[in-house]
Design a protein around this ligand. Structure first.
Ligand code: 9WN
Length: 429
């Protein structure tokens, strides 16, 4: 494709802007998602951010992941937030989590994209001895994290990932969690002061009821000293998350590829067994009525019956029969006829669709990227390109926002956002 000089200039300007965002949000070894709203290191944000740094500073890209794994707990758990420095601009901070770790961390995890990111980093580089060393040093840590998922996040042995907090899914207020969280007892939550709504329009953020539930679930974890076995078996929120499950399945495939590059043959069988277990168990998430993969509440056994952006991660995970894939492509066709820009976080035909409210409608570049990668891998190149071009247009027309309204293209959440800048540099731009 040839660009006109003006669009070339525009791309260069946006490239420079994206790099400047990453540099501004760099706190020395780790990058904050957005300096005002999210002043700490977030788990899956850092993984995506590494891909952005790879565009202009490969050393810094590896450092981002290495710093994240410095906060890994002894049992392999990798926290969703690392509180390297105090900052009163975010709630709930380290003292609310009270996880007794150094550095201070939260007590929940996030979607495990690190293995896949390390593979992309390796594949996109010169395969130098230094990068091989760094990959080799990270590999056992990632394996340990995946083992933690296998041991502590699959209490029913289905090969699926059980999320114990909506924040863990990275899709905090997805309507998928409304029903599973409705049983959470919020009577002891007490009063607290949110910080997010002093930075951002409350209409774009989760509600007070959502936050009461988030905090009640944190209290449960804290009361159980962050014993992840107890939490996954008896906690007030337990959902087989379609997003985390698909992401872990792909991450295990990528981990196996890393093991092969590194010649860690003793690990092959274990990783292959994890892949096979999830592949065999995934159909439990398929909902015949809506014809899509949907998350499922473990407490009631109920499927969310909601088509979200995560439903399309089955391509990324490399699962789905031909018939299932056809149904999902038909959903993409239908959804794209209802809104202007893909990929909304919720089906616009669903009654809970809310175009500006966080994970209830807006497009998020990182999930769109993962879905596009999967579509490309599965031979759906036209769809993959459509998702890329839509994401590029949203950024070009609006800026590097946290997320975007799929109807108007307006930005929602924080601006000058690290992972959106990273996705521009690595993929969309
Ligand atoms: C809670 C940092 C994070 C992302 C999540 C996104 C949002 C936090 C919040 O911001 O969650 O983890 O306070 O809203 O939902 O995906 O990792 O960008």
């Amino acid at each position: 494709m040839t660009y006109s000089t003006s669009s070339q200039t525009q791309t260069q300007t946006l490239d420079a802007a994206a790099r400047a965002i990453l540099k501004t949000n760099d706190r020395g070894g780790y990058t904050v998602p957005n300096g005002r709203v999210y002043p700490f290191q977030w788990n899956w944000d850092s993984a995506f951010v590494a891909l952005g740094f790879a565009d202009f500073d490969r050393d810094r890209a590896w450092v981002e992941i290495e710093t994240l794994f410095e906060a890994q707990w002894d049992d392999g758990f990798l926290p969703h937030i690392v509180f390297w420095k105090d900052d009163s601009g975010y709630f709930p901070g380290a003292s609310v989590w009270d996880a007794h770790k150094n550095p201070a961390t939260s007590g929940i995890t996030q979607p495990p994209v690190a293995a896949s990111v390390i593979r992309w980093l390796w594949d996109s580089g010169s395969k130098s001895a230094r990068e091989a060393e760094r990959m080799a040093a990270l590999y056992p840590k990632v394996l340990k994290w995946h083992r933690w998922f296998a041991r502590h996040r699959d209490p029913e042995g289905r090969g699926l990932v059980v999320a114990t907090h909506p924040w863990e899914t990275g899709r905090d207020n997805s309507p998928e969690w409304d029903y599973p969280a409705s049983g959470v007892d919020i009577s002891a939550v007490g009063s607290y002061e949110r910080r997010d709504t002093s930075h951002l329009d409350a209409q774009m953020r989760p509600t007070k009821l959502d936050y009461d539930r988030y905090l009640a679930i944190v209290q449960f974890g804290r009361d159980h000293d962050w014993d992840h076995d107890v939490i996954a078996r008896t906690g007030p929120f337990r959902v087989a998350d379609v997003g985390m499950t698909m992401i872990l399945l792909r991450a295990n495939r990528d981990l196996l590829a890393l093991a092969k590059i590194l010649g860690r043959s003793k690990d092959y069988a274990e990783i292959e067994a994890s892949i096979e277990k999830t592949r065999a168990g995934i159909d439990w998430l398929w909902n015949d009525e809506v014809e899509a993969f949907c998350s499922r509440d473990l407490i009631s056994g109920r499927s969310s019956a909601m088509i979200t952006s995560a439903s399309f991660l089955s391509f990324y995970a490399g699962v789905g029969t031909e018939k299932q894939n056809q149904s999902l492509i038909a959903h993409l066709d239908r959804i794209s006829s209802k809104i202007d820009k893909m990929l909304p976080s919720l089906d616009p035909d669903h009654e809970a669709f809310d175009a500006m409210r966080y994970w209830r409608g807006p497009c998020w570049a990182v999930v769109t990227f993962l879905v596009a990668r999967g579509l490309l891998d599965e031979g759906q190149s036209e769809w993959a390109e459509r998702l890329r071009l839509d994401t590029a247009a949203l950024i070009r027309d609006t800026g590097f926002y946290e997320a975007f309204c799929p109807v108007s293209g307006r930005g929602t959440g924080g601006d000058l956002f690290s992972w959106t800048a990273a996705m521009w540099l690595f993929w969309a731009g």
